[in-house]
Design a protein around this ligand. Structure first.
Ligand code: 13P
Ligand code: SF4
Length: 312
């Protein structure tokens, strides 16, 4: 038995013994995706966290995702295999800045991308993901909207909803991975794979989104590539996504826009620190428990539920 096979079987046993489930983000390394009960995008996993009867939820993803799961499920034990798994977007918005913007624009609803700390979420009216942002902003009964922290996603929403004014909070929040994508990289990839369609995540710059054949969240990319007749796809998002696409769609070909050989930035350094070894230790020792203060959790939950109601 290899070390990976050994870990996989130990983790499966621990899950049963402890009545635990593993939620794995689509960017997780291949083996972590294999041992996850559900894989998906940030929205899908947040909803799964609300629906499970399991006693323990292990969130194989970055910290804000585990925090969100904990806020939505205060009576469950939520574990993060490594709480130092941050996110440059989440770090881009602090509570003080958000409060200042709210004071400056008291009538503007606050729409925050799920990649934020739970403390920022507690000050929001709506929590959106890459799959829901455009819809939510379209449906809001307001002309001016405070939107953060991803400037690229804000630009995309602004393009799709031109009749409303999107104010970015802060003006320049970026994902460390998607910020590196350029038009030149797209041209090179298109030359190399002339039959492939380009799928891009809305955290990428607008010039990439404008030249893409499809723009969507990680789950929406899986769906699009399944339903589309084309056999090959260039993928403009974090490189772990290639695993998720291959697992869900083994007969098709997926090429990352940027490979790890070309740039270390192809892999999210935060997603990368969640390993199978850490997942096992986390379940075994029930560490690290993610706890959110009750009042903060309640306010963040309300903002999440506002979004769900708006989209019903
Ligand atoms: P989605 O899971 O919503 O597609 O977002 C990807 C992401 O960057 C998570 O950090
Ligand atoms: Fe954050 Fe970007 Fe990593 Fe997603 S890929 S967790 S947005 S730094």
């Amino acid at each position: 038995m290899t070390r990976v096979e050994e870990l996989l079987s130990q983790i499966k046993k621990l899950k049963t013994e402890k009545n635990a489930i593993i939620l794995g983000h689509n960017y997780m390394e291949y083996s972590v995706q294999l041992v996850s009960d559900f894989t998906g995008d940030s929205y899908d996993l947040a909803v799964k966290a609300m629906k499970t009867n399991a006693k323990i939820i292990l969130f194989a993803g970055v910290y804000f995702m585990a925090e969100q799961a904990s806020a939505l499920n205060p009576d469950k034990k939520v574990l993060s295999p490594d709480p130092s798994a941050g996110c440059t977007l989440s770090d881009a918005l602090d509570v003080k800045t958000l409060q200042e913007y709210k004071e400056r624009y008291p009538n503007a609803p606050v729409v925050l991308y799920i990649n934020t700390s739970i403390y920022a979420k507690a000050l929001a009216d709506y929590i959106v993901t890459s799959s829901t942002a455009v819809n939510v902003v379209q449906k809001l009964n307001a002309q001016t909207i405070l939107f953060g922290p991803d400037a690229n996603l804000a630009n995309y929403v602004q393009q799709k909803v031109p009749n409303k004014k999107i104010i970015k909070v802060p003006p320049n929040g970026r994902c460390i991975v998607h910020a590196n994508y350029t038009k030149q990289l797209v041209e090179l990839a298109r030359k190399k794979y002339p039959n492939a369609l380009l799928m891009a995540h809305p955290e990428a710059p607008l010039e990439i989104l404008e030249s893409a054949d499809f723009v969507g969240s990680t789950n929406q990319m899986i769906q699009f590539s399944k339903e589309n007749k084309n056999e090959e796809f260039i993928v403009a998002t974090e490189i772990g996504m290639i695993n998720a696409l291959k697992i869900k769609n083994p007969s098709k070909k997926f090429y990352p826009l940027v490979t790890t050989e070309a740039c270390a930035c192809a892999r999210c350094p935060y997603m990368n620190i969640i390993t199978l070894e850490k997942v096992k230790r986390s379940l075994e020792e029930e560490v690290y428990e993610v706890k959110v203060p009750e009042d903060i959790a309640e306010r963040a939950k309300m903002a999440f539920e506002n979004t769900m109601k708006l989209l019903e």
